[in-house]
Each structure stands twice: as C-alpha cells, then as structure tokens.
Design a protein around this ligand. Structure first.
Ligand SMILES: [Zn+2]
Ligand SMILES: [Zn+2]
Length: 240
C-alpha cells in the first residue's frame, strides 16, 4: 500500500494523552464511519453498490443499529439482502454440483466454495476503511518519530501504544520506513511500552497491598482505576 502522512490527527492523538494514540484514533474513526453509513450519503448509488457487495461485521452492524437512524439501516440492510440472495443462489448451484461428486478435487473445490462464503461473511466496509486509515496513522507515527524532534520528545514521554496495537505498529513501520529509522523506532517503542508496563505492574502491587488490613496507607485515585487501566493497556480499546 502507498502510505500517506496524516500528521494532524496523529498529533491530536498524542496531545490527548490517551493511553494509546492508535486506540484513540481507531475509536474516532469508527464512530465517523458508522455515522457515515447510517447517514444520507449511503443513499448515493456508488455507496449502495459497495454496501450491497460487502456488508458489515457483527460489531459494526450492531453499532449502526444503535446509532439511531433505524430507517437508514433498514433500507441499507434490505438492499444488502437482495444482492446476498443472488450470491447465495450461485453458492447453492455450486455446492449442489459438488455434492454428488467424489474424490480429492471435489473436496478441494468444496472447501474453496465454503471459504469464499466465509470470507464474505467476515468482510466489513467499516473494518476495511478503518484498517486502511489506521495504516496511514501508524506510518505517520513511525515517520514523525524519526523526523520531528518535538514529536519524538512527546512520544517518549507518553505511554506508547497498547499491547494489542504493538505488532500492528511494528508491521506498518517494517513495511514503510527505512531500516535505520525502523531500528530506532522499535527500540524506542519497546522501551516506552516496557516502562509503562513496569509502572502499571507496580501500581497493581500497591493496589493489592491496600487490601491487607495491616496496611494503613490510603487508596489513591491512580490506584483505584489500575485494573481497567491494565486491561486497557493489554487489550486495547474493545474491552474497556
Ligand atoms: Zn491501542
Ligand atoms: Zn467491522
């Protein structure tokens, strides 16, 4: 993929002091895209075609339904079902043809027909668009870390990224920036993340100690939210 620099949102994410700038950006994108598909623009023919072909994953269908425009979601779902029925008609013919045959070639063709159906079920327009934009954001993060001293200092002072986004950040950097920049970025990224994990680990220890009746030190605000903070650091945005 050809990556694009998106400096403004990435700076905003860092300035928001979110636990993970990529989670912050993913949340924002998700709500933008969900609003887009339940808004008026989805009635335009070219958007309709993509909605009919691809559809949405369970999470994004649910978020669209929760967004409030029930009529919009019903129209979009109705036309999606029309094109789905046509495709299922084709699937049925294909599977029926294979049902009466035997042998390894048939088994392979059968598996590939089912895989095609499964991959259609997994497809989601919101997930696809988010993945594309998130790659640009991760690229921008890695590029700015190498190129801009002010950004580098701000990122060094941050919590880094969550563990869920760590391989993603590395994958995009490996695919998009020079080996020299990459090496420095990986070293910094892992140090920042480890420093944050160390601090969360120490807070977890202190939190647990407060449950010892001999411990008279007060429970602070920082300690009180350490468990959700730890879960969020480990799993990213979806579970918290
Ligand atoms: Zn994250
Ligand atoms: Zn999705």
């Amino acid at each position: 993929m050809k990556y694009q620099l998106e400096t403004i949102p990435v700076w905003q994410a860092l300035e928001a002091s979110a636990p993970c700038p990529l989670c912050f950006l993913a949340e924002r994108l998700e709500s933008q895209y969900v609003s887009f598909y339940v808004g008026d623009s989805v009635m335009t023919p070219e958007i309709r075609v993509t909605v009919n072909e691809t559809g949405f994953c369970p999470r994004h269908f649910q978020l669209m339904n929760d967004a409030g425009n029930k009529l919009g979601v019903s129209l979009l779902t109705a036309t999606h079902i029309e094109s789905l029925r046509e495709r299922l008609h084709g699937d049925r013919k294909r599977l029926m043809r294979l049902a009466s045959r035997r042998g390894p070639r048939k088994a392979k063709a059968f598996r590939s027909a089912l895989e095609e159906m499964q991959s259609r079920n997994r497809a989601c327009l919101v997930c696809d668009r988010m993945d594309h934009t998130m790659r640009n954001y991760a690229y921008t993060l890695a590029r700015m870390y190498g190129d801009e001293a002010e950004f580098r200092t701000a990122f060094d002072d941050s919590s880094g990224v969550c563990i869920a986004h760590l391989p993603f950040a590395c994958e995009v950097a490996a695919d998009s920036i020079s080996p020299r920049r990459r090496e420095a970025f990986f070293a910094a990224l892992f140090s920042i993340v480890d420093r944050d994990l160390e601090s969360i680990h120490s807070d977890l220890g202190e939190f647990a100690e407060r449950f010892d009746y001999r411990n008279t030190r007060p429970m602070t605000e920082t300690l009180r939210d350490v468990v959700p903070r730890a879960i969020r650091k480990l799993t990213g945005r979806l579970l918290v």
